[in-house]
Ligand binder design. Structure first.
Ligand code: HEC
Length: 144
């Protein structure tokens, strides 16, 4: 018994150290720079027949996950972008675009979207360019 414990201690001592997971393959890694450069503009895009995400989701609390733009600004500054990143993460399951509410809420049901979005359907297909960009971010793609 004691010998077995000693043996396992010795084996552990000589075992090679675990290689640290490389950042690019770690599940759950959402890239901030990709978010800032590619995802954020989607929230400000005006699409025919739909209000911008920003119009309904700016402010704080509940589903208000976007920071208010500074007067005159057409995009968010560094601090605001960080805050957006943190709050948008709540609606995302890293690695799983189709389980992420950020992607499934504004997608039509025929295209696989969920049952209801108070803000309407913004994408009619998962091939939509905006949808594809969001999906790439959720899958962990990094800014180039
Ligand atoms: C006209 C207003 C409006 C617009 C425009 C709008 N939304 Fe919404 N959104 C809502 C409302 C209201 C809710 C809360 C009710 C619900 O869950 O559908 C909501 C909920 C959500 C949620 C879910 C929050 C939760 O608690 O699960 C997500 C994610 C979301 N919207 C993303 C978006 C995205 C992305 C866009 C732009 C492509 C967008 N919305 C555009 C009104 C809007």
């Amino acid at each position: 018994m004691l010998l077995a414990v000693l043996m396992s201690l010795i084996a552990g001592f000589f075992a090679p150290p675990q290689a640290p997971a490389s950042p690019s393959t770690t599940a759950g890694a959402l890239d901030y720079e990709f978010f800032k450069a590619r995802v954020q503009p989607i929230f400000l895009n005006k699409k025919p027949g739909n209000a911008r995400c920003y119009v309904c989701h700016r402010g704080s609390g509940g589903t208000q996950y976007l920071q208010l733009l500074s007067p005159g600004a057409t995009s968010w500054d560094e601090e605001q972008s960080r805050k957006n990143f943190e709050s948008v993460k709540r609606f995302v399951v890293p690695g799983a675009p189709t389980r992420s509410r950020l992607l499934m809420h504004p997608l039509t049901e025929e295209a696989g979207g969920d049952e209801f979005h108070g803000g309407g359907r913004h994408w009619t297909s998962q091939q939509n360019a905006e949808w594809q960009t969001l999906a790439a971010w959720v899958r962990g793609e990094t800014a180039k």
